[in-house]
Design a protein around this ligand. Sequence first.
Ligand SMILES: [Zn+2]
Ligand SMILES: [Zn+2]
Length: 241
Amino acid sequence: MRTTRAYGAQGSEKELTLRTIERRDPRLDDVAVRVTYCGVCHSDLSALHAHAADGDGLLVPGHEFVGEVVAVGDAVTRFAVGDQVAVGNIVDSCGTCAMCRAGQENFCAEFPTLTYGGRDRHDGSTTLGGYSGEYVVRENFVYHRPAHLDPAAVAPLLCAGVTVWEPLRRWAAGPGMTVGVAGLGGSGTSRCGSPRRWVRASSCSPARPERRTTPAPSGPTTSWSPPTTRTSPAPPARSTC
Ligand SMILES: [Zn+2]
Ligand SMILES: [Zn+2]
């Protein structure tokens, strides 16, 4: 077993404090990552509040982080010590259901193992997140970080960023296509900001008429149908973040 330092809340504690936690030794397909930056997601705050109310076990938030590989399992093929990597909100899944086989593990029929507050599929332990010095994770859920990207800015792309990037890519959004975003919070804003070379943002929020740049639709609207190129089953209506 490995140990590292982490910010966590035990039981009904309402604040995170620095403490020592354990990490498993890398399994055959595991990668151990020294965490260098971890994003702060609003989900972390929600989890902290909910955890304080439940008063059960240890919570270490953080599900969007980048770092450096410090150890690998014997069967790992895509990573080596020293690689710069990133990890998002999911660290494992069943790997066999239709959605997993389609590469959409976020809709795993057995529900994916989340980076924190999840249940490890091998030993049943509670996963502890990236507000820590080190994380041990299956190779399949680790991503190489492009060297030209600022590591301090990459972490949020692993949650809010990918949440909105994936559907844009999925439906081949591009010049000339009009897309809708339900809410310009963290995820929506990242959608409008990151790919701005080909996305023009406008808002029709009735709560903020001063920000309106296009008229809100009036009268009957037409329904939208997905392209016929879809190759995987429709995802169930739930989210992991
Ligand atoms: Zn998040
Ligand atoms: Zn699955």
